[in-house]
Unconditional design. Structure first.
Length: 277
């Protein structure tokens, strides 16, 4: 093989491997086969995670008593001394008694920044996916069961550390947490979580997916932070979620295509040599 042909072959191999690498990232998913033991924690949690760089979720608890802890990068207790720093806004509890004793299986998929789970008992199987929209301030949790089960919800705001909390329920349910009007506080911070439901209970019908959507806003996002969270939760539709999903997958696909590592064997390439006299 002459040098020119060998070079062309090498380029072709590199290009092919580069394309395949774009779709290989989920080969490096994290797999969890038991319930987390260290959530919540001040260190690294042993639980599935998802996020968009601003909002993050950690899935703690057991299959029958799940807890999604919600973080927001700009929600701070702006104290110059301990215990200041980033604070926990709150979370969502999902209780399904029919899943007591279920086997635990969860995947953290880096390709789509998504959590996927399968919880199984002799009587039913629940599939759940959770992701934080790459292009919006929303958390989407989707549940589907092969048997009729009842789920109980609790949207909550974290308490303590001089914070004040509030909550309400109309078309949707919402909670808020605030740090304000305390000595040494450098600036006030508020956060609101709003869920696209006004009921703390719903039924899962076999084969039908239920979508829970939580909108999250702080006063650093908008001065009208609480109303913005509530309004966004009220506007949630299935079509809107599907559009968010399309944008989410497009964003992450573009993100992973920005760089890759190519590996290729040069054992079959003939390289030019220079004779030294």
């Amino acid at each position: 093989m002459n040098t020119h042909k060998a070079f062309i072959l090498g380029v072709a191999l590199l290009s092919t491997i580069g394309v395949k690498a774009q779709f290989a990232i989920d080969n490096y998913k994290a797999v969890f086969t038991s319930s987390p033991q260290h959530v919540p924690t001040t260190k690294t949690p042993d639980a599935p995670l998802a996020g968009n760089g601003d909002i993050g979720i950690t899935m703690g608890g057991t299959p029958d008593k799940l807890c999604f802890y919600i973080g927001k990068n700009d929600f701070w207790r702006a104290y110059p001394v301990y215990p200041g720093g980033i604070a926990l806004p709150g979370g969502l509890d999902i209780e399904i008694k029919e899943l007591q004793g279920a086997t635990y299986y969860a995947e953290q998929l880096p390709g789509s920044a998504e959590i996927r789970t399968k919880f199984t008992t002799p009587h039913c199987q629940l599939n759940l996916s959770a992701w934080v929209a790459a292009t919006d301030n929303k958390i989407i949790i989707e549940l589907q069961s092969d048997k009729a089960v009842t789920a109980h919800l609790r949207l909550w705001a974290a308490e303590g550390n001089t914070s004040t909390i509030a909550g309400g329920k109309d078309k949707v349910m919402w909670v808020s947490r605030s740090f304000e009007n305390t000595e040494l506080l450098r600036w006030p911070t508020h956060v609101a979580l709003a869920l696209n439901s006004n009921s703390d209970e719903f039924s899962l019908i076999p084969g039908k997916k239920v979508q829970l959507v939580i909108s999250v806003y702080t006063n650093h996002d908008t001065p009208d932070w609480k109303n913005k969270a509530i309004t966004e939760a009220e506007k949630v539709t299935e079509a809107g979620v599907e559009q968010l999903r399309k944008e989410h997958h497009s964003w992450w696909n573009h993100f992973w295509k920005q760089s890759h590592i190519n590996t290729v064997s040069y054992t079959h390439l003939t390289l030019p040599t220079k004779r030294i006299v």
